[in-house]
Design a protein around this ligand. Sequence first.
Ligand code: CMC
Length: 379
Amino acid sequence: MSVCEFRPGLEGIPAAQSGISFVNGQQGILEYRGIRIEELAEKSNFLETAYLLIWGELPTQQELEEFEHEVRHHRRIKYRIRDMMKSFPESGHPMDALQASAAALGLFYSKRDLENPVYVRDAVVRLLATVPTMIAAFQLMRNGNDPVRPHDGLDYSANFLYMLNEREPDPLAARIFDVCLILHAEHTMNASTFSARVTASTLTDPYAVVASAVGTLGGPLHGGANEEVITMLEEIGSVENVRPYLEDCMQRKAKIMGFGHRVYKVKDPRATILQKLAEQLFEKFGYDKYYDIAVELEHAVAEKLGGKGIYPNVDFYSGLVYRKMGIPTDLFTPVFAIARVAGWLAHWKEQLVQNRIYRPTQVYNGHHDVSYTPVHLRQ
Ligand code: CMC
């Protein structure tokens, strides 16, 4: 095999053949299983979209009802998982709590029966069902409260907001949250999905697959950017300060959070939808001054950096939406993870069908034939 050129970040190098999602970064197109994201955001719901991603086709009415029923009835977490989470430090990041808890699920379901469709379905249902419960439980317990039991009368998204805020959410807020989950459910070969596929390729269990992907999603260059966007908007503080702030960032060559993408060279279609959702939310629940700052920043960045293809990505407006729903800033990335579990599991299933363990190569740039120096002679 010929040795190919090293590409930092594996830019442009296909890591899998996949039929799950498609991005055209020049035209700002995103499709899940061939369906445009705009259409799914308008007509679907998160669990139906998860089914589409994982099983490859939209479910029939009966399939959807059965799937929703199964997920609804697996939402509770084992008390031993809850007790384990109770012992986590309150100051720890919820992404770390989620990573540890997702991995711990594997302790309870340790049989790896990857070729058995019943095992695969159970794992899919269990992960989709319990990740929101674990996040809400950690949030309540770190504030000294008991976790709230899932509400069987509420759908997936409404139930998460209920467990988090201890009250039934407004229907518009719940629907908007559900659309946010649709938008974040899958996005081709990003860092956490690659991580999931590498882990899957070893034929380990799906809990380890999701745990490794959660760990990867947490970084500020990936899912963690939505938290940093809010910190940045607070630091800017006013519309007048937007341009001086941007000038300063450009001088320091600092990245502007929520902007830029390896694939999109135009505005991310998800950011366009999220911006509209933010406006709907503000119309109903009141104005947010940080939205004006964000819009001004988008204009200023387009002027100064648009030529380089730097436009808002999915993380730019999502934080403003979550904040308005009362979701704490450090839960933004865990919320991203709730959605992306669907994409990771779709890739896990796909990887198992065409599996070959990932084992890339490297370009060695170290020394050879170095002699061992005894410790007392080392400087
Ligand atoms: N602000 C200012 N300049 C930027 C930005 C930005 N946010 N993003 C890229 N650039 C510039 C960068 O300085 C470089 O310029 P030059 O060629 O003059 O050195 C050029 O654009 C290419 O940047 P890069 O870092 O090589 O691009 P990448 O494809 O390796 O990184 C990225 C993509 C998303 C990590 C990067 O754009 C970034 O760090 N953005 C800020 C963090 C962020 O919003 N992350 C969320 C990503 S989308 C959701 C997700 O994946 O989770």
